[in-house]
Design a protein around this ligand. Structure first.
Ligand SMILES: [Zn+2]
Length: 140
C-alpha cells in the first residue's frame, strides 16, 4: 500500500492537528504535529490512517490506526489476520518502520488518549474525502 499526506491530496482543507506538550514524564516538551496519511491505491478500502508524528518539525514516530473491527480487516485481507497484519491494520499501533525517536510505548499511550469520538469522526471523514479525491481521474 502507498500512503500520501492528506494535505497533498486535499490541500489546505486538511488541517494538521498540533498539540503542545510540557512536563510529560516520557515525551519531550514541544509541539507535536499529527500528519495524517491515507492510502492512494486504486480500489482499496483499507480504512486506516498512518499518522506521521513530527516533534519540532522532525519525524519522530509513525502510528497506524484502523477504526474498523477485526472482522472488517479479515474480509478486506481475504483471510484470517495473522498477528502482524492485524497489528498494522486494526486499532492503534506503532508502525514497524517508525523512527522511534520518542519512546514508542509513551507515544502509543498519548495517541490512544487523544482518540475520542470527535477525533475518530474526523479521521473517518477525512479518509472518505481523501478516497473520493484519489478516485477522480487526474485533471477532472
Ligand atoms: Zn489501502
Amino acid at each position: 500500500m502507498s500512503f500520501s499526506a492528506a494535505g497533498e491530496i486535499l490541500g489546505a482543507a486538511a488541517r494538521v492537528r498540533t498539540l503542545t506538550l510540557a512536563h510529560h514524564p516520557e515525551l519531550p516538551d514541544g509541539t507535536y504535529a499529527m500528519v495524517e496519511t491515507y492510502c492512494t491505491d486504486p480500489g482499496c478500502d483499507c480504512r486506516k490512517t498512518m499518522i506521521l508524528v513530527h516533534h519540532d518539525h522532525r519525524h519522530v514516530s509513525t502510528i497506524n490506526f484502523g477504526w474498523e473491527t477485526p472482522e472488517f480487516y479479515a474480509r478486506w485481507y481475504g483471510a484470517p489476520l495473522d498477528a502482524r497484519t492485524r497489528a498494522e491494520m486494526q486499532g492503534p499501533s506503532i508502525d514497524l518502520n517508525s523512527p522511534d525517536l520518542v519512546p514508542p510505548g509513551a507515544m502509543l499511550a498519548f495517541f490512544s488518549a487523544l482518540l475520542d469520538a470527535r477525533y475518530l469522526e474526523h479521521l473517518r471523514s477525512q479518509y472518505t474525502r481523501f478516497r473520493a479525491a484519489v478516485a477522480k481521474p487526474a485533471g477532472a
